[in-house]
Design a protein. Structure first.
Length: 201
């Protein structure tokens, strides 16, 4: 269904309109399959089990992402919410998820956009090691720190979805200009939009 949607969208909009595919990151997918409690417990007590699952899943995810690229997607967004330092120790991220993410990105023929929720200041210097070309950032992170931490990865996002829900035009314009001044190259909502978000925002 997703692949058909990408093909149909590509036919409808032509070659000059960018289309993004979307997949779930390896650690987050492990989290879904085993459950949060078991995943966190094994990450500490038997990390090789989680590492093995994440490595194997990275290949399956890459194969699916490549199907999206073949269907017409110009880039693939990897959503890895469970890797957020808000819930996961940064040391566990480094030891269990960076390598599977790098394996995943290395298998793709299109650029990758990595999204991790929350304040990611503690893992910013690890992001280039994942192989992602673009890092989609949550404004919970100090954007100035993010820009100074990694220069080799393009930063995207930066606009609070709550601001887009409740803010006015002037407030949103100020936030956009602030992101531009801080070096955010691709201005976008920081996460999924609220369904009630005004279309004009």
């Amino acid at each position: 269904m997703v692949l058909d949607a990408i093909r149909n969208l590509r036919k409808a909009v032509g070659p000059d309109f960018p289309i993004l595919g979307g997949v779930t990151g390896p650690f987050t997918l492990v989290n879904y399959l085993l459950g949060p409690a078991k995943t966190m417990l094994l990450s500490k007590r038997d990390p090789d089990v989680i590492k093995d699952h994440a490595e194997k899943l990275s290949v399956s995810i890459a194969n699916y992402a490549e199907e999206m690229a073949s269907a017409g997607a110009d880039a693939v967004v990897i959503e890895d919410m469970a890797s957020s330092p808000d819930v996961l120790n940064p040391m566990i991220f480094r030891s269990l998820e960076v390598k599977p993410l790098r394996r995943l990105t290395s298998m793709l023929s299109v650029p990758c956009i990595l999204h991790i929720c929350g304040d990611v200041s503690k893992i910013m210097r690890d992001i280039p090691e994942t192989g992602a070309k673009v890092f989609h950032i949550d404004p919970k992170t100090d954007l100035r720190v993010a820009r100074d931490s990694i220069r080799e990865v393009i930063l995207a996002g930066g606009i609070s979805t709550l601001l887009l829900l409740k803010g006015n035009e002037a407030e949103i314009s100020d936030a956009l200009l602030s992101c531009l001044n801080l070096g955010i190259r691709i201005i976008a909502p920081a996460c999924a939009l609220y369904s009630e978000t005004p279309i004009e925002n």
